[in-house]
Design a binder for this molecule. Structure first.
Ligand SMILES: [Fe+2]
Ligand SMILES: [Fe+2]
Length: 502
């Protein structure tokens, strides 16, 4: 929980623990210096027009002095830029994996910028004119890269990437002001139009919407900095750049998802299909758990929509949250279908081992099926460090005789670290609690949901996620609404006389 009194979102990031900050610096510091060194080495080998100016008098005496100085400057720029944002903005706190991904995108842009400005020659036009080689900078596919960053990471990182990436790419492409401003504008346009793209059609449409902005920006900047001679081709190249952004981003996404474990909205929609092998196994081997997961997904989606979290991620992660039960479905109440309870013949200690293991097993299966880190994290956090209340009660005599401890009946954690994980934890418990009520009234459902939310909060399960009290109350109301609709008493069908059935 980020605050406890007024419900306003905390401005303080939750993990400013000195140890954690230190480990972040250790991870990202060397990566930043390494990336800067690679970048400057490329300039040194390939960017003659930039480095001699940077090296100056000392550079001619000691050729590497200029390269070292530029490495230092780029490393400082990156560490200051991302360090400042990472400390102050929660969503910009990058993992080493994210940093590496952004560095690879920036290096790819470097090569593309060099390719379009150095390799493509000045070409004759059909009307006997000439396309100057500088006009090709309007073909650098920066909007597509900004779209990918927005889709796989978030809008805050996309803004930072657009600014830092524009500076580095423009420097590689002859360092013109017109290029820098075009990249800034086109990258921002691409990122801003690709917020929620759950299918390929929306992705292509985002590129179509980016196209006029790129064309107008190219025409205006070409005219302002170089005169009217190249404005037509600048406009054409700018428009093509925008149109190509969708297909290029679509080509990059699966590669990035496979290599870095990201999960885009398009991938989430694919995973939600019941033809997924893991969901099919859940449906056949543990039908009770499958039904429970679908209801948890509906609740979590409603809760996430109510507070502006990610409803698609909630619904899909909820479908997979209990896949770890596939191996031993009969040990979980929802699959016992009113038959004998296997736990009656087991000690609470034995039951505890089987029940707790479903989280670890779920993480293993999710990794095996490459569900992506966002879903794997939610599976590992969906019980937090909460207590197994039912078996704890059964084990009370052993605890009193000091043969067992209460702490042994807790899930190993970690506790939810995102709003989506917290919503799924609450939806999971709320569904199970309301299932045990017989024909509950709306008021009884509301009371049960409030009790569950309060218990999770008081037990400290929501301490590591960014949920405010207002969020909790809103999520609870959304759950109650859906649960009341699901559990409303149904009209009884009149029984037809046997003679009429025949
Ligand atoms: Fe579970
Ligand atoms: Fe569950």
């Amino acid at each position: 929980m980020s605050d406890t009194k007024n419900g306003a979102r905390s401005r303080r990031p939750p993990d400013t623990v000195p140890g954690r900050m230190k480990s972040r610096l250790l991870k990202e510091g060397p990566l930043g210096v390494l990336f800067a060194a690679v970048f400057v080495a490329l300039f040194y080998l390939w960017g003659e027009e930039l480095l001699p100016r940077a090296a100056g008098r000392y550079g001619q005496m000691f050729p590497f002095v200029g390269a070292v100085a530029l490495t230092l400057a780029v490393a400082l720029f990156l560490s200051e830029w991302f360090g400042f944002a990472g400390r102050e903005v929660r969503k910009v706190r990058l993992a080493a994996r994210d940093f590496l991904f952004l560095c690879i995108l920036a290096l790819t842009l470097f090569f593309l910028a060099k390719a379009v400005t150095d390799i493509l020659p000045a070409a004759p036009t059909p009307r006997g004119g000439i396309i100057p080689s500088r006009i090709y900078v309007y073909l650098i596919p920066f909007p597509a890269f900004a779209m990918v960053v927005r889709i796989l990471l978030n809008s805050e990182v996309a803004i930072l990437f657009t600014v830092a990436g524009s500076v580095l790419t423009a420097a590689a492409a002859q360092g013109m002001w017109s290029t820098l401003l075009f990249l800034l504008l086109s990258g921002t346009a691409g990122a801003s139009r690709s917020g929620r793209v759950p299918d390929r059609y929306k992705m292509l449409w985002a590129g179509v919407l980016t196209s006029p902005v790129c064309a107008l920006a190219a025409v205006a900047l070409e005219f302002a900095f170089h005169g009217e001679s190249g404005i037509v081709w600048a406009g054409i190249f700018g428009a093509l750049n925008g149109l190509a952004a969708g297909p290029i981003a679509l080509a990059i996404l699966p590669v990035a998802e496979y290599a870095f474990g990201y999960t885009s909205d398009i991938r989430l929609v694919e995973l939600s299909s019941t033809s997924h092998p893991l969901l099919r196994r859940l449906m056949i081997d543990a039908p009770g758990t499958f039904h429970h997961s679908v209801v948890v997904g509906t609740l979590a989606e409603a809760g996430a929509t109510a507070i502006g979290a990610n409803p698609l991620l909630c619904r899909v992660a909820a479908l997979f949250h209990d896949v770890g039960k596939i191996g031993k479905p009969e040990f979980f109440f929802e699959n016992q279908a009113g038959g004998s309870n296997i736990h009656d013949n087991l000690t609470p200690g034995m039951s505890r081992i089987v029940i707790l293991s479903h989280v670890k097993e779920g993480v293993r299966l999710a990794g095996e099926h490459r569900l992506g880190e966002r879903i794997i994290e939610i599976i590992s956090q969906h019980h937090g460090t909460s207590l197994l209340y039912f078996f704890l009660e059964k084990a009370q005599p052993m605890i009193q005789e000091r043969k067992a401890s209460e702490e042994g009946f807790r899930y190993p954690g970690p506790r939810p670290r995102s709003r989506e994980a917290a919503i799924i934890m609450l939806a999971d418990t709320a569904e199970a609690a309301c299932r045990s009520l017989r024909s509950p009234s709306s008021h009884e459902i509301e009371e049960a949901v409030t009790r569950i939310v309060n218990r999770a909060y008081l037990d400290g399960q929501l301490d590591e996620c960014d949920m405010t009290l207002r969020d909790l109350s809103t999520v609870g109301k959304a759950f109650s609404r859906v649960l009341a609709a699901i559990s409303h008493s149904r009209l009884e069908y009149p029984k037809a006389p046997v003679s009429r059935i025949r």
